[in-house]
Design a protein around this ligand. Sequence first.
Ligand code: UDP
Length: 500
Amino acid sequence: MEFSGVEGESEKLKAIFLPFITPSHLVPVVDIARIFAMHGVDVTIITTPENAAVFQSSVDRDASRGSSIRTHHVKLPHVPGLPEGVETINFSTSRDTASILFETLTKTLETQFPQLFHQFKPDFIVSDMFYSWSVDAAAEFGIPRLIYVGGTYFAHCAMDSLERFEPHKKVDSEDESFLIPGLPYNLQMTRSQIPERFKTPNSFSEIMNRVKESEKRSYGSLLKSFYAFEGPYEELYREIMGTKSWNVGPISSWVNRDASDKSSRGHGKEVEEGWLSWLDSKQKGSVVYVCFGSMKNNFSGTQIAEIAHGLEDCGDDFIWVVGKVDEGQSRALVEEFEKRVEASKKGYLIWGWGPQLLILEHPAVGGVVTHCGMNTVMETVDAGLPMVTWPLYAEQFFNERLLVDVLKIAVEVGAKEWKTWGDFGNEIVGREKIAMAIALLMGGGEECEEMRRRVKALSEEAKKAIMIGGSSYNSLKDVIQEMKTLKLEKLNSKVEEPVA
Ligand code: UDP
């Protein structure tokens, strides 16, 4: 049966969504919740008031257009060590606070789940990967749990291979490269580029072990990828996990159709518009956009100074979402730099949150410098722009290999050191390397043109994927239909139960 939003209340498929509290997990899970609601599912997003404020305006807009979607607030208790009102893990959250917050949130949601279940009567849940407890909660109430998995299939396959074969333990030094076996191409990495937890088990390894275990026990996984982007790795992922998975990407352009959605996405407020008139004054494809994700500035003062010089020395104009720069991180130097580049009209700095979706679609932008966070990668590919890759933490070094070696739509800056989030590490990428990578990205050579052609073709595929009949569109329809079938089977089995 074709599922639409016009069915009777009792037949309507109901879901609750449990997004995590970092911007890069909150933003896509809310987008996914919205796309389910746009396709007829009754959706309740459960989160804390501070996190809800980030996306409420989009949810309200969707509801006013007919989607059955709402937010339900969960209040965090007062806990020693957790400052009042801190509900989000972002670039200004200390590691200690992040850990207390994670624990408090997990306990609160887990404890309240039975009551939430009885209140909203969901037929299935979509849980962020970090809530591994929810696989048991869903099982207890007899409903399927879909898990939102951040990152690329490619990175998950590579990390699984590291766990299985431990090739990094067979090399003598941090910078000797080794093959990560079992993938459709010869992926070479160095030990310095892989996450610490694969070398020395730590508290994060325990969290990730629980995540993976719950991933395998989930009904299936949702990723914001699309088939043409990494199809062979999608198939391998299913084999490895022994589970189902569905693609719903690129999710950002699928749901964020109007300028208000794009402008406030991930931030809650519409941002100031100086960047727009600055970009409007630039020629088509002449500006490089520089942003290191929502956690911004995992950089020492020395590194920030090198970025500033690299941008000033490169031949192209730039827009840099610098975020927040502390005194210890050369704030005065960056302020001086800002005055110079604004006077010469060579550069524009955004000190807070950049309206990334709007910037990426501006015709003046011709390339992106990124830390390879999966959201930014998808948004950039969708916009048809080539990248300079500068991976920092999480699974970003794997994503870099996918972009540079497999898809050949990016130039690497040459970063070698994986860092723990919040730790500046030892490596300094010098201004020459930065300027050179940007020159390769923005230059008009044959190689560069080829790269541009490839990413444009992929962007076309991304657009097709979310159109009616496209791969992600069909994937969304399939998962909704499957949830619907499970619901009907459950209802039928109740009807058939013999009366005592
Ligand atoms: N983002 C944004 N403005 C900013 C910084 C980030 O809109 O100034 C958004 C970006 O569009 C993306 C997300 O925040 O959707 C960042 O996620 P990503 O996976 O790229 O990086 P992470 O935050 O995990 O490092």
